[in-house]
Write a protein that binds this ligand. Sequence first.
Ligand SMILES: NC(=O)c1ccc[n+]([C@@H]2O[C@H](COP(=O)([O-])OP(=O)(O)OC[C@H]3O[C@@H](n4cnc5c(N)ncnc54)[C@H](OP(=O)(O)O)[C@@H]3O)[C@@H](O)[C@H]2O)c1
Length: 215
Amino acid sequence: MTTIGLIGAGHIGSQLARLAVKNGHDVVLSNSRGPDTLAALVQELGPRARAATALEAARAGEIVVVTIPLKNIGSVPVEPLAGKVVIDTNNYYPQRDGRIPALEDESTTTAELLQSHLPRSKVVKAFNHIYAAELTTHGQAPGTPNRRALVIAGDDEAAKATVTQLLDQFGFDTVDAGPLKEGWRIQRDTPGYGPRRTASELRQDLAAAKRYRDQ
Ligand SMILES: NC(=O)c1ccc[n+]([C@@H]2O[C@H](COP(=O)([O-])OP(=O)(O)OC[C@H]3O[C@@H](n4cnc5c(N)ncnc54)[C@H](OP(=O)(O)O)[C@@H]3O)[C@@H](O)[C@H]2O)c1
């Protein structure tokens, strides 16, 4: 049993909280408006859940998920996340996030931006290419034929092993895309972004991914 901190409790954060609680973890949820606004979700989740500020969620979580609009990652608390596994679900949508030159020219990736904001954390990209609703409907037991797979990317092997274990518990196989800088292979408008894919299909999708300039 792990305490999972959630910075962001919207479509993805609330769904990951449901999966975490279902699998016996404690969750500390936070959003931008304050813990009071999360009362209904906490009530739904039951005694394993509580709402807090983002700072408190960052402090309390052994694993912390950052699942907020990308434009806001600069506000994610840094010190309490030092040394921790931080899961990054975020994607870049210029119409929502504003134009970010380093993502436009693909000199970096969304997760590398979070990693540079959190230099002492172990950032792992995960859950960025599945629709929120499917998180609680597409999971299957380990070993199920044609089980859905999700991509991870990260620079710390132990952190990736931790996230792989969590994914397995939540109902999904894992495909490791490699280091964070390879995360572009599962960004918006790549073949693997969105559809239900098995591990072997997803590996093909990653190999077939094209940079924006080549699409
Ligand atoms: N929706 C999907 O199916 C999906 C799938 C994969 C990945 N993603 C990506 O995952 C991220 C989250 O997506 P979402 O759909 O869950 O977004 P969402 O439904 O809009 O929820 C965003 C959450 O982040 C909170 N938030 C915003 N700024 C914050 C801050 N500075 N500190 C703490 N919390 C903050 C919001 O709180 P308030 O409501 O109080 O403002 C809200 O709880 C995005 O980058 C998105 O592109 C989404």
